[in-house]
Design a protein around this ligand. Structure first.
Ligand code: PLP
Length: 389
């Protein structure tokens, strides 16, 4: 088996099928035509693995899927038009009316909205659990429980979960483990080696990596492929060919980008931790982040996304900090080459685990800029914060 960097360069690439060109073509298409009735009928068989109809994928889609499956150490990947669509597809593939799902309290907020809105309306019940629960999840599993959903670390509050312990407890009762693996990009955490059954990514983030496309992936072992592909086809989800191409293009440089996000992120996190304006830095690679030891055990690295809790301050102090920043843009999403910053309000988004901090929180996505320039920008921002406190 080639090492990860080699896989990322070669997976899903077949120049001999593309006139020798290094990259696959971008196939725009809806109708696929067949030379004979027999060929048309063969193509009609689920799970529509080949080129059948535009909605079920083109060679561009399949090349991207092959590469993501290799990245995550899974066997098959299904592409969705966004990360949230990938989460919806993974949940819809497992859940029906009367079922119960366990979800980490640190979960990405739109996942919570999906569960509390459409899935609740369809008769699916959700219980939120402390992300640090570990093997204790066993006590929350009911006969109706079909899925335990993990997001590790949480992308707002950064608790690292004991995924192997949760998976062991879930599997003992026949429950599937679905993971939102976006933070690690599938690069720093191997979900299937840690007991996960279904790994979801917002490929919009690090895989695309350039803030120019929306894309989601669901990666599974072969035994679950038809279930996921069936849900994606059934609900009519499909991703555009240009976006699949951008995903594939982003993936080729994932390794050096992740290394730089990690290096820059750690420089910023360590610098912030030593500042008097800062109450806490929530970075899984730094001691003090809940689950740091699990990160050390299970992850091979960290991306550049982390949280910072500031000392309590007057209203307006955070705006004074953020508004004047020159290198950090205010914006949702993350994983692109450029640094981003947003204020966060974890206390408002959780339901079963209280948020222990009183001061304002922010989240930083560290981009690929020079870390000293980023630190200088933050330093001026903290001076404005202090002046407004
Ligand atoms: C952004 C994000 C998603 C959703 O991805 P989209 O492509 O924006 O729909 C899901 N999970 C996490 C952790 C995210 O950060």
């Amino acid at each position: 088996m080639p090492k990860k960097d080699t896989l990322l360069v070669n997976a899903g690439r077949r120049p001999e099928e593309n006139f020798g060109l290094v990259n696959p073509a971008v196939y725009h298409g809806s109708t696929v035509t067949f030379p004979t009735l027999a060929a048309l009928e063969t193509s009609n068989a689920a799970p529509f693995d080949g080129v059948h109809y535009g909605r079920t994928g083109t060679p561009t889609t399949f090349a991207f899927e092959e590469a993501v499956a290799a990245l995550e150490g899974g066997e098959r990947t299904v592409t969705l038009p966004s990360g949230l669509a990938a989460i919806a597809c993974a949940l819809l593939a497992f859940l029906e009316a009367g079922d119960h799902v366990l979800v980490a309290d640190s979960v990405y907020f739109p996942t919570r909205r999906l569960l509390g809105g459409p899935l609740k309306r369809f008769g699916v019940e959700t219980t939120y659990y402390d992300p640090l629960i570990g093997a204790g999840i066993a006590e929350l599993i009911r006969p109706q429980t079909k899925v335990v959903f993990v997001e590790s670390p949480g992308s707002l509050t950064f608790e690292v979960q004991d995924v192997p312990a949760i998976a062991e407890a879930a599997h003992a009762k026949g429950v599937a483990v679905v993971m939102d693996n976006t933070w690690s990009a599938g690069f720093y955490f191997q979900p299937f080696a840690h007991g996960v059954d279904v790994s979801v990514q917002a490929a919009t983030k690090f895989i695309v990596g350039h803030s120019d496309a929306m894309l989601g992936t669901v990666t599974v072992p072969a035994r679950l492929y038809e279930r996921i592909r069936g849900a994606a086809n059934g609900f009519g989800y499909c991703a555009g060919p240009d976006d699949c191409y951008l995903g594939l293009r982003g993936l080729r440089s994932l390794s050096p980008r992740m290394a730089r996000h990690q290096e820059n992120g750690l420089k910023l996190a360590r610098w912030l931790k030593a500042r008097p304006e800062v109450e806490a830095v929530l970075h899984p690679a730094l001691p003090g982040c809940p689950g740091h030891n699990l990160w050390k055990r299970d992850f091979t690295g960290a991306c550049g996304l982390f949280g910072v809790v500031l000392r309590p301050a007057a209203e307006g102090a955070v705006a004074a900090f953020l508004d004047g920043l020159e290198l950090f843009a205010l914006g949702y999403s993350w994983g692109g080459y450029e640094s981003l910053i947003i204020p966060t309000e974890p206390a408002k988004l959780r339901t079963v685990t209280p948020w222990p901090y009183a001061g304002p929180s922010i989240r930083i996505h560290t981009g690929l800029e020079d870390a000293e320039d980023l630190i200088a920008d933050l330093e001026k921002g903290l001076a404005r914060f202090t002046a407004a406190r």
